[in-house]
Design a protein. Sequence first.
Length: 250
Amino acid sequence: MKYKLIQNADKIFSLEFENSYDLAMCFLRVQEFYESSNKHFRGNTFHILEYMDWYSKEHSFEGCFTYPKDWAGFNISSEQIERCYNETFREHLTPYDTFMEWEIYNYIFKEIVDQDKSYLIGYVKNKRDNSVFEHEIAHALFFLDNNYKKNMTKNVGLWSPNFKKDVFNLLKQTGYDKSVFIDESQAYFSTDESFIRENIIIDEKVDSLKNIFDTIEVPMLMKDTFQKFKEQILYKKPKILKSEDFNIFQ
């Protein structure tokens, strides 16, 4: 399993993989512990096969485990990673969980930042498309910077009630928990809102000026806010902390 561990800012780290399967299997446990739409898994210990069985039946049109194909990027705070591994999961660990705990979590949050409030994102290397990386960075900024969070929450609040309801309903249908609707909204619209635009039908009966405000002017405010904070916080030249071909099954 080839990966790179990169420090993108003082408190933002990223894991870059070469394929979607390794990415998804490394992040699945901590991500679903944090924000699974199913309360049976969210905040609880679970067996990976139990999760795969549920996901295949509830979130896949093919009736098979499509999680690595469905999710292109991941994001999680140091607080949630610590809760996941230190408070609940001492059983049912997979080799990917062990890798994340010992090679990544312990290294970053004990040797580099010493338990400070930090953030870890994950994505697949793609030289032609940076949108997934930027989407996950938007989540990191929303968690780490209170001014960024206040600005983006205010921007989401500018939407008309009907448009905001449509966006939130789409996020729910996609598998997001309601606790992250505002965060996901700002991450999509500040980086690449094509997923939202392709799946929301604009009501032509609504005042055209209001449609323009909801779909063009507010996203422009979000993009400007994202670019401003990203330039202030991210390193101009990221630091590569690890670059390895790790034997996950050793």
